[in-house]
Write a protein that binds this ligand. Structure first.
Ligand SMILES: Nc1ncnc2c1ncn2[C@@H]1O[C@H](COP(=O)(O)OP(=O)(O)OP(=O)(O)O)[C@@H](O)[C@H]1O
Ligand SMILES: [Mg+2]
Length: 360
């Protein structure tokens, strides 16, 4: 060993520690120097972000032919859009042209729009388009439409169907109901509400009953602008019962087994969903589709399709009656009990009880 070597050994062994110490010291010095500038830097970052956002909207406005919406401050709310387009879907389409659509929402006769139409027709796209354009207009942006005027909304509420690929999965019926409950508790007359296929995640009768009750509740208690997409075509009867509710449908052209989606939102309601047609487009096995067609025809012939929900919403003596009329209930409803002798009444009761047990 030599003194020089010994010295070098000490240096080598402590070098790592010393580097770290030095790094920390420099790092802390830099931090101390920056600290007073942090608020300014954050302000700059925010300004740049805002500038980026505004510049991007301006660029999109120019490139994609957006127009300036009118913001009205009238107390009577109104959303009116002519030839509106969905800014993202419009971009995503490759071969097809995006079909523009009008929207009219007001508190007189178009507060709630019930939108029916085949699968894949464009209901969800249309509803989101209205929400996106409202947000854009309210942020101060130009929007993809020929012309439009908006009165500001206080909030936008959405409930998107469990089958939707945009939602992040795990959509159980409970979650759906919790969301609907939240919407009904917080929405106001000035809100925009999108309900995409409420009541899908349970049995047809349950779902349809809930869907209808939700629309009625909004119509009577909330009065917010509502777009309601559904495959329960029976719900279109609500338009006859409230002057605020209007039916809209997405038009299709049918030629034999082929249907063409026209993507036009027009007044009226659909009578079919063409689900099997869409299943065919999706590539399900032909034998399976044939079988589905058979089953559907059978059901339609038997008349086992959900009966139209009749209207007796105010009284609600027994909501089950409307949906599940049976011969027994029919007979009871029409029976003149007072004209029967006790023996006759007993006989009838005996027979009805027997029929009920046999499941009529
Ligand atoms: N206005 C439009 N112009 C052109 N293409 C459209 C338009 N609207 C929708 N599409 C296309 O149709 C597809 C299906 O639309 P969407 O999901 O809105 O249908 P839907 O009626 O909600 O169907 P489902 O009943 O199955 O939920 C979209 O992904 C889009 O590619
Ligand atoms: Mg949809």
């Amino acid at each position: 060993i030599t003194p020089e070597l010994k010295e070098f050994e000490a240096k080598a062994l402590t070098a790592k520690e010393k580097t770290e110490e030095l790094e920390l010291k420099i790092y802390q010095a830099v931090k101390a120097e920056i600290r007073p500038e942090i608020p300014d830097m954050q302000k700059t970052a925010r300004a740049l972000a805002a500038l980026d956002c505004i510049a991007s909207l301006a660029r999109a406005a120019l490139k994609d032919r957006y127009t300036r919406p009118r913001i009205t401050n009238s107390r009577e709310g109104r959303i009116s859009i002519q030839d509106g387009r969905h800014p993202m879907v419009e971009h995503a389409l490759k071969r097809e042209m995006f079909v523009p659509n009008d929207t009219e929402l007001n508190h007189n006769d178009q507060e709630i729009l019930v939108i029916t139409g085949p699968n894949m027709a464009g209901k969800s796209t249309y509803m989101r388009q209205v929400a996106v354009l409202t947000i854009m207009a309210q942020t101060g942006s130009f929007i993809p439409a020929k012309s439009a005027s908006f009165s500001p909304v206080d909030r936008i509420f959405t409930r998107v169907g469990a089958t939707d690929d945009i939602s992040t999965g795990q959509s159980t019926f409970m979650v759906e109901m919790q969301e609907v409950s939240h919407i009904l508790r917080h929405a106001t007359r000035n809100s925009l509400i999108l309900l995409d296929e409420i009541g899908r995640g349970t049995s047809t009768y349950d779902g349809m009953s809930i869907a209808r009750a939700v629309v009625e509740y909004i119509d009577r208690k909330i009065h917010g602008f509502t777009l309601f997409a559904t495959h329960y075509h029976e719900l279109s009867v609500m338009a006859d019962e409230s002057s605020h509710i209007k039916n809209y449908t997405v038009s299709v052209k049918e030629r034999g087994k082929e249907i063409t989606f026209l993507r036009r939102i027009v007044p009226g309601c659909a009578d079919r969903s063409y689900g099997i047609h869409v299943a065919r487009l999706a590539g399900l096995p032909e034998s399976l589709l044939k079988r589905a067609d058979e089953i559907l025809q059978g059901l339609e012939e038997e008349g086992n399709n959900p009966a139209p929900v009749k209207s007796a919403p105010e009284k609600q003596a027994s909501p089950g009656l409307d949906l599940f009329t049976s011969p027994i209930i029919e007979e009871l409803a029409h029976m003149d009990v007072m004209s029967k002798t006790p023996i006759e009444a007993m006989e009838i009761l005996f027979r009805l009880s027997k029929e009920a047990k046999e499941g009529r």
